[in-house]
Design a protein around this ligand. Structure first.
Ligand SMILES: Cc1ncc(COP(=O)(O)O)c(C=O)c1O
Length: 378
């Protein structure tokens, strides 16, 4: 199998790194950082971008800057990466875990409505694997109940809902540029927002509470309680090069995913992620699916082992819901849990292919398509 490596660099990363290394500024104050923030924010249909050193601190900044804290609840999906939950907990607030939809793997808006209570302050919408969750419904639920809508768009660089990009629907959003993401600097993250005041607060928060607009402000004047979350220019150099290739890579993954979906549409017991019709484009970060063992003739774990043996990268989904992590199960951090039968079913029968499995030449994609169906032994 001629499976692509990830991450990949070219001479462009080296060229931009050289530009930074030859300058007197390797940290977050290099002009490349501002240029990248503006261009990535515009790409996601946002007015502002505040780049930080990873996609966990960017989530934490959303909560800190909006003043969410002890006594508050934030509704999140039971299935996501741990940062979606810990960002809420680290703010001193309580994550409220709700179930996902059976085939989009994204938060179920009906379960969100059921979970709203007197302490609810916000909804954290996660776009799992790339396609947006039911973001318009979540936005109207948030508006009807006077809640803040945030987007954890860690997976959703370039993803669109009826032509409008992830990150532009809620008050603010967080993206990750961690090593496995569709554009990466090893570690990295960014907050995007269309809210001028929120952007100002984030900028100050990420930069030690500085505020250049204050009369007499200097490097050693600090006006609000912040920290140092600045991304480095070295990270940004790599990101700029990665960003330049993103559209081309999305197009390649889109073509290849469409080949796989078409060729495998009639395989009993294999269901790939359901993409809402409104999602006209997405990052193709993951290609998730579910296995109905009876119809497919093989369990998810057997499927995963067979894919691995064939050299096709495949992950057997998350091993548990977020609230089954000892952190929450043992009450180390408090939480509220709503019944999540779909999430539990997915833990048993779902899988995903990472984006590099979709970045192959046409022959390899045909070979992957041939390997996926279960073949009778002998
Ligand atoms: C949904 C989601 N949110 C947040 C993060 C955290 O990002 P980072 O690894 O950049 O801290 C990740 C993964 O890495 C993620 O998958």
């Amino acid at each position: 199998m001629n499976i692509a490596k990830w991450p990949v660099s070219t001479g462009r990363e080296i060229e931009l790194l050289r530009r930074v290394l030859d300058s007197p500024q390797w940290g977050g104050f290099h002009e490349l950082v501002g240029e990248f923030e503006r261009s990535f924010a515009a790409y996601q249909n946002c007015a502002h971008g505040i780049a930080v050193f990873n996609g966990t601190v960017s989530l934490e900044m959303l909560l800190a800057v909006s003043g969410i804290g002890p006594g508050d609840e934030v509704i999140i999906p039971a299935i996501s990466f741990v940062s979606t939950a810990t960002a809420v907990s680290r703010a001193g607030a309580i994550p409220v875990f709700v179930d996902i939809e059976p085939y989009s793997f994204n938060i179920d808006p009906r379960r969100v409505e059921e979970a709203i209570g007197p302490r609810t302050r916000a909804i954290m919408a996660v776009h799992f694997g790339g396609p947006l969750c039911e973001i318009e419904r979540l936005a109207s639920i948030a508006a009807a109940h006077n809640l803040i809508l945030f987007e954890d768009a860690a997976h959703a660089q370039g993803s669109e809902w009826q032509g409008r990009r992830a990150g532009s629907f809620g008050l603010a959003a967080s993206f990750s540029f961690q090593n496995g993401k569709v554009m990466t600097s090893g570690e990295g993250g960014i907050v995007t927002t269309n809210d001028d005041a929120f952007a100002e607060k984030c900028r100050a928060f990420a930069n030690q509470g500085r505020d250049s607009k204050q009369p007499g402000a200097t490097f050693f004047h600090h006006y609000t309680l912040g920290s140092n979350l600045r991304i480095t220019a070295l990270q940004t150099a790599v990101l700029v090069a990665q960003f330049e290739r993103l559209d081309e890579q999305i197009a390649l993954r889109r073509r290849n995913e469409s080949v796989l979906r078409t060729k495998l549409s009639a395989i009993p017991g294999l269901t790939f992620q359901k993409i809402p019709l409104e999602v006209n484009r997405h990052s193709h970060y993951l290609l998730p699916g579910r296995i109905d063992a009876n119809a497919f003739g093989e369990s998810r774990d057997e499927f995963h082992r067979r894919m691995t043996a064939a050299g096709i990268p495949c992950t057997p989904f998350y091993p548990h819901t977020l609230y089954q992590n000892p952190l929450y199960a043992n009450g180390v951090a408090p939480s509220r849990v709503l019944p999540s039968p779909i999430s539990h079913a997915c833990i048993r029968d779902a899988f995903w292919f990472p984006h590099r499995a979709l970045m192959a030449d046409p022959e390899t994609i045909q070979a992957i398509a041939r390997e996926i169906p279960r073949t009778e032994p002998g």
